[in-house]
Design a protein around this ligand. Structure first.
Ligand code: DGP
Length: 111
Protein backbone atom coordinates (compact mmCIF):
# COMPACT_ATOMS: atom_id res chain seq x y z
CA UNK A 1 0.00 0.00 0.00
CA UNK A 2 1.33 3.41 -0.97
CA UNK A 3 0.90 5.81 1.92
CA UNK A 4 2.91 9.02 2.31
CA UNK A 5 2.81 9.08 6.11
CA UNK A 6 3.70 5.35 6.35
CA UNK A 7 6.79 6.18 4.23
CA UNK A 8 7.63 9.11 6.53
CA UNK A 9 7.26 6.90 9.62
CA UNK A 10 9.60 4.32 8.04
CA UNK A 11 12.14 7.07 7.27
CA UNK A 12 11.87 6.51 3.51
CA UNK A 13 10.83 10.16 3.12
CA UNK A 14 12.65 12.72 5.27
CA UNK A 15 10.79 14.66 7.95
CA UNK A 16 11.62 16.87 10.89
CA UNK A 17 10.87 14.76 13.94
CA UNK A 18 9.47 16.42 17.04
CA UNK A 19 8.67 13.31 19.07
CA UNK A 20 8.40 9.55 18.67
CA UNK A 21 7.34 6.62 20.82
CA UNK A 22 6.36 3.01 20.16
CA UNK A 23 2.92 3.86 18.81
CA UNK A 24 3.17 7.38 17.37
CA UNK A 25 5.36 9.76 15.36
CA UNK A 26 5.22 13.57 15.39
CA UNK A 27 6.84 15.77 12.75
CA UNK A 28 6.65 19.31 11.38
CA UNK A 29 4.05 20.01 8.71
CA UNK A 30 5.68 20.82 5.37
CA UNK A 31 3.25 23.75 4.88
CA UNK A 32 2.96 25.32 8.34
CA UNK A 33 -0.28 27.22 8.97
CA UNK A 34 0.94 28.61 12.32
CA UNK A 35 4.28 29.27 14.02
CA UNK A 36 3.95 25.86 15.60
CA UNK A 37 2.43 23.24 13.30
CA UNK A 38 3.16 19.60 14.04
CA UNK A 39 1.45 16.47 12.75
CA UNK A 40 0.87 13.52 15.08
CA UNK A 41 0.30 10.15 13.41
CA UNK A 42 -0.16 6.60 14.66
CA UNK A 43 2.52 4.21 13.40
CA UNK A 44 -0.13 1.72 12.33
CA UNK A 45 -2.10 2.65 9.25
CA UNK A 46 -5.57 3.97 9.99
CA UNK A 47 -7.27 6.08 7.34
CA UNK A 48 -9.03 8.68 9.48
CA UNK A 49 -11.24 9.08 12.54
CA UNK A 50 -14.05 7.75 10.34
CA UNK A 51 -12.15 4.44 10.20
CA UNK A 52 -12.08 1.84 13.01
CA UNK A 53 -9.55 3.36 15.41
CA UNK A 54 -8.51 0.97 18.21
CA UNK A 55 -8.84 2.61 21.63
CA UNK A 56 -5.13 2.20 22.37
CA UNK A 57 -4.19 3.93 19.11
CA UNK A 58 -6.52 6.82 19.84
CA UNK A 59 -5.21 7.13 23.41
CA UNK A 60 -1.58 7.02 22.25
CA UNK A 61 -2.26 9.81 19.73
CA UNK A 62 -3.91 12.00 22.36
CA UNK A 63 -0.97 11.51 24.74
CA UNK A 64 1.42 12.49 21.95
CA UNK A 65 -0.65 15.59 21.08
CA UNK A 66 -0.31 16.72 24.70
CA UNK A 67 3.40 15.86 24.73
CA UNK A 68 4.02 17.80 21.53
CA UNK A 69 2.26 20.88 22.94
CA UNK A 70 4.59 20.67 25.96
CA UNK A 71 7.69 20.22 23.79
CA UNK A 72 6.67 23.15 21.58
CA UNK A 73 6.12 25.31 24.67
CA UNK A 74 2.50 26.05 23.78
CA UNK A 75 0.68 24.13 26.51
CA UNK A 76 -0.10 27.24 28.50
CA UNK A 77 -0.41 29.82 25.69
CA UNK A 78 -2.93 27.57 23.92
CA UNK A 79 -3.08 25.23 20.99
CA UNK A 80 -5.58 23.63 18.64
CA UNK A 81 -5.88 19.97 17.63
CA UNK A 82 -7.49 19.32 14.24
CA UNK A 83 -8.08 16.05 12.42
CA UNK A 84 -9.57 16.27 8.94
CA UNK A 85 -11.61 13.22 7.95
CA UNK A 86 -12.98 12.78 4.45
CA UNK A 87 -13.70 14.99 1.45
CA UNK A 88 -15.77 17.75 3.08
CA UNK A 89 -12.92 18.28 5.55
CA UNK A 90 -10.41 18.37 2.65
CA UNK A 91 -8.38 15.48 4.05
CA UNK A 92 -5.47 15.19 1.62
CA UNK A 93 -3.37 12.44 3.23
CA UNK A 94 -5.34 9.32 4.04
CA UNK A 95 -3.46 8.26 7.15
CA UNK A 96 -4.99 9.44 10.43
CA UNK A 97 -3.23 12.59 11.63
CA UNK A 98 -3.75 15.34 14.14
CA UNK A 99 -2.60 18.89 13.39
CA UNK A 100 -1.20 20.62 16.48
CA UNK A 101 -1.37 24.36 15.87
CA UNK A 102 -0.23 27.19 18.12
CA UNK A 103 2.54 29.61 18.92
CA UNK A 104 0.35 32.55 17.96
CA UNK A 105 -3.24 33.76 18.31
CA UNK A 106 -5.29 31.46 16.09
CA UNK A 107 -8.38 32.58 14.21
CA UNK A 108 -11.72 32.18 15.98
CA UNK A 109 -13.14 30.44 12.91
CA UNK A 110 -13.20 26.66 12.72
CA UNK A 111 -9.58 25.89 11.87
P1 DGP B 1 -4.77 17.19 5.68
O1 DGP B 1 -5.21 18.24 4.71
O2 DGP B 1 -5.49 17.31 7.02
O3 DGP B 1 -4.86 15.80 5.07
O4 DGP B 1 -3.25 17.52 6.00
C1 DGP B 1 -2.16 16.89 5.44
C2 DGP B 1 -0.97 17.70 5.85
O5 DGP B 1 0.19 16.97 5.50
C3 DGP B 1 -0.85 19.06 5.14
O6 DGP B 1 -0.98 20.10 6.11
C4 DGP B 1 0.54 19.06 4.53
C5 DGP B 1 1.21 17.88 5.17
N1 DGP B 1 2.12 17.19 4.28
C6 DGP B 1 1.84 16.69 3.04
N2 DGP B 1 2.92 16.10 2.53
C7 DGP B 1 3.91 16.20 3.46
C8 DGP B 1 5.26 15.77 3.50
O7 DGP B 1 5.80 15.15 2.58
N3 DGP B 1 5.97 16.07 4.62
C9 DGP B 1 5.41 16.75 5.68
N4 DGP B 1 6.21 17.02 6.72
N5 DGP B 1 4.14 17.17 5.68
C10 DGP B 1 3.40 16.90 4.57
Amino acid sequence: MDCLFCSIIKGEIPSTKVYEDDATYAFRDIHPMARAHVLVVPKCHVTSLADEVPDEVYTACMHTCKKVAELEGISQSGFRVVSNAGPDACQSVHHLHFHILGGQKLSESMA
